[in-house]
Design a protein around this ligand. Structure first.
Ligand SMILES: Nc1ncnc2c1ncn2[C@@H]1O[C@H](COP(=O)(O)OP(=O)(O)OP(=O)(O)O)[C@@H](O)[C@H]1O
Ligand SMILES: [Mg+2]
Ligand SMILES: [Mg+2]
Length: 517
């Protein structure tokens, strides 16, 4: 039934009305708490020795236990425990030195054991927090603390694939028994921006801790939201897989509940689980007659006993947190814009590259940090974009980009030539092993060195005179105040010299001659 309902969406006027003009009504208090399922990036599954797999042919990474064959037994993967601990410590939770696993019973074809192993009575961690800060997060208040109720370790299920053409459902058990943590927040969210900011910050954190890919689209992170209005029962909306789905589902559900209250139909708001079909929420099951999960301690899994020292050990193993790094990057000496600092947080390899380049250019060679920022964030990333290539820093190690920058600052190559060269360095695999000076030689891009400065000046002057006499109309415009037209003449000079001379040199010389006319 649920599947059928999900297959046949119909658009709803209620949602359309709410989507475009959405605002919370101060008379109807929005309250929300969320549950986030996070797939842990372990090598093996939670309770078996089959490999975790994310993009493999169906049913190729499964063991007897993953598909619930009788006689097979679970054994806890310590790597999953460690990754879960990292999240719990980073979120300031109280870690339970003794935690246990329980069985949550329900039938569904993606859950062949007939129960899910989770932590119900004694979860790994409780009472944490994540602080949102207006400086870094898109919220209205200066800061907002979201309390974390608990973090528990549990198994993922298999995956049902609906084949609408043949009207069949295929089950892929590759995901079955993949380690997850479920994080449950307190109902602390007061508006939609806070929800978005929290999920974004959490994504950034798990990526930074390297415990999950942090992607919503692939299902590595799945969000359930719970929403209530003016103290009426909470409604849960399960399995939302993008920020826009979360926002749209919350807007729809808030509008629906407010409208029921306004019509005096508040008794129709009952604690229930609803699904989001892209247009509207629909009831999946009522909590009153919801499945009785019959939680029981899992007798096959021993208690997890942690030594007190582990909390400190994990703390020490964590590097700086994203917010500390952001704060560092947007201030002296790096002076990065927040959006670029965020990009680095989500791409730790690029961040390391940035630090390496900074060391070479700024610390070792005392050149400006602006050169580092500009040549990494604009020029280098720009080349990958232009070539329609995925950013692959192996094509140009930081030391090589550093060399190129030093050739520019020492005026051995013009900025224009350096741009051309950078393109060649990245596009052409034959260039990967060649040094910057070899490449300058190869492409004949260096500022001529075999002539004296005086000869060089004379050559520049001659070129400028030639261009000025061939472009009398442009010169007239410049003399009459159209100062920008000089760029056109500079362009001609650069073309003539194939970018070997700096644009600034030409601009100064052209201006100097024009001033005398
Ligand atoms: N009045 C409320 N309004 C909105 N959200 C609420 C309210 N009370 C509790 N919540 C939120 O509901 C969620 C309850 O999650 P929890 O995992 O504890 O239970 P559950 O949803 O009943 O169980 P399951 O994991 O089986 O879905 C929490 O995120 C909590 O913050
Ligand atoms: Mg729930
Ligand atoms: Mg839950």
């Amino acid at each position: 039934m649920v599947v059928l309902k999900r297959l046949f969406h119909s658009s709803s006027n209620l949602l359309l009305a709410s989507k475009h003009t959405f605002q919370l009504d101060p008379n109807y208090k929005f309250k929300c708490g969320i549950e986030i399922h996070t797939q842990l990036k372990t090598k093996y599954k939670l309770f078996s020795l089959s490999k975790t797999s994310f993009n493999e042919s169906p049913n190729t990474n499964i063991s007897y236990f993953d598909i619930g064959l009788p006689g097979s037994q679970p054994k806890l993967n310590p790597e999953a425990l460690l990754l879960a601990l990292k999240a719990a410590v980073a979120l300031d939770c109280d870690i339970s030195l003794q935690s246990k696993f329980d069985r949550k019973h329900y039938f569904y074809p993606d859950q062949p054991l007939g129960y899910q192993i989770t932590q119900f009575y004694h979860p790994l961690a409780k009472e944490g927090r994540l602080e949102l800060d207006k400086k870094f997060d898109d919220i209205r208040q200066d800061s907002k603390i979201i309390g974390i109720e608990q973090i528990q370790i549990e198994q993922d299920t298999g995956k049902l694939n609906y084949n609408k053409v043949d009207n069949i459902i295929n089950i892929d058990y590759n995901r079955s028994n993949t380690p997850l943590i479920e994080l449950v927040t307190k109902p602390d969210f007061e508006d939609l921006l806070q929800v978005r900011a929290f999920v974004k910050k959490y994504q950034s954190l798990v990526r930074h801790l390297n415990i999950c890919t942090g992607d919503l689209e692939t299902g590595a992170i799945r969000v359930d939201v719970n929403i209530s209005v003016n103290g009426f029962p909470r409604i849960e909306i399960k399995n939302l897989s993008s920020h826009s789905e979360i926002q749209d589902a919350l807007k729809y559900e808030y509008t629906r509940q407010v409208s029921l209250i306004k019509q005096g139909k508040q008794n129709e708001i009952v604690q229930e689980t609803r699904g989001w079909d892209g247009d509207k929420t629909t009831s999946l099951r009522l909590k009153e007659n919801s499945v009785e999960y019959r939680y029981l301690p899992d007798a096959e899994l021993p208690m997890v006993n942690l030594d007190e020292s582990i909390i400190n050990d994990v703390k020490q193993s964590l590097s700086e947190f994203p917010e500390q790094i952001l704060s560092k990057l947007i201030n002296q000496p790096f002076n990065l814009e927040l959006k670029y600092a965020r990009f680095f947080i989500d791409n730790p390899v690029v961040l390391q590259y940035y630090y390496d380049l900074y060391d070479i250019v700024t610390i070792k060679n005392k050149e400006s940090v602006n050169m580092v920022n500009n040549w990494l964030l604009h020029e280098l990333i720009g080349v990958f974009t232009k070539l329609d290539l995925k950013l692959d820093l192996d094509r140009i190690p930081a030391s090589k980009l550093g060399d190129l920058i030093m050739f520019i600052t020492s005026k051995q190559i013009s900025t224009t030539s350096a741009r051309l060269l950078l393109m060649q360095m990245i596009e052409n695999k034959d260039n990967f092993d060649k040094s910057v000076s070899e490449l300058i030689e190869l492409y004949d891009l260096g500022v001529p060195t075999d002539i004296s400065p005086q000869e060089f000046d004379e050559a520049v002057e001659e070129i400028c005179h030639g261009i000025i006499s061939d472009n009398a109309d442009v010169v007239e415009k410049i003399k009459h105040g159209q100062k920008k037209s000089i760029k056109y003449l500079v362009g001609l000079a650069m073309r003539e010299t194939q970018g070997k001379v700096n644009a600034k040199t030409f601009e100064d010389k052209l201006q100097e001659i024009i001033n005398t006319l």
